[in-house]
Write a protein that binds this ligand. Sequence first.
Ligand code: SF4
Length: 228
Amino acid sequence: MVISGLQKLTLLDYPGKTAAIVFTYGCNFRCPFCHNALLVTEKMQDVISEEEVLAFLKKRVGLLDAVCITGGEPTLQKDLRAFIVKVRELGYAVKLDTNGTNPDLLDELLSEGLVDYVAMDIKNAPDKYSLTAGADVDLNNIFKSVELIKSKAPDYEFRTTVTRELHSEADILSAAELVGKGSKYYLQQFKDSGCLISDGHSPWDVNDLHKVCDRLLSLSFTASIRES
Ligand code: SF4
């Protein structure tokens, strides 16, 4: 595992649980609004060893409930499965964040019961997926991951970070169709962290975003807004 960061406590990332966050290095996407741009574009700096992370987690047994593994894109890490096994052996629940490009590994992890919660990004409507991800995306992998998560994950969410420049109302409705009705779907308000992959993006007016969310709810999608 190439680990670029460790947040020792979050009360927000894993619904209902106290958790630590492990940030893995590198991503196969280049979303312009990426909130972890340095993990994607910069050379590795201040890498924390897996041993150091596990030693920390060992000391927090009984104090924390879970470990959230995020990125970058964690499924690019060749030894992700082995790392998760070690984390679970300490008694932690595991949440995995993914962009959905590695359904084979996701299937393996879910089939073995190694992940308790999956959060998958839905970048945009299918016809704007590659544009939004800044990469040539194989949509079959995205569709497969969505179905795997819905059929095998004990708990899960899908979420789309929305910007005025990349997402129209029609795009959001189309992205929700990709997720399907009955799955938790969050519209995440874009925030400029000051450290983005590219500039020129802005948030939706919050009232407009609520109107789109209401439209999704009226169409029986399980949608809500996440503002932070
Ligand atoms: S999928 Fe996009 S937002 Fe997520 S880490 Fe990669 S570049 Fe950043």
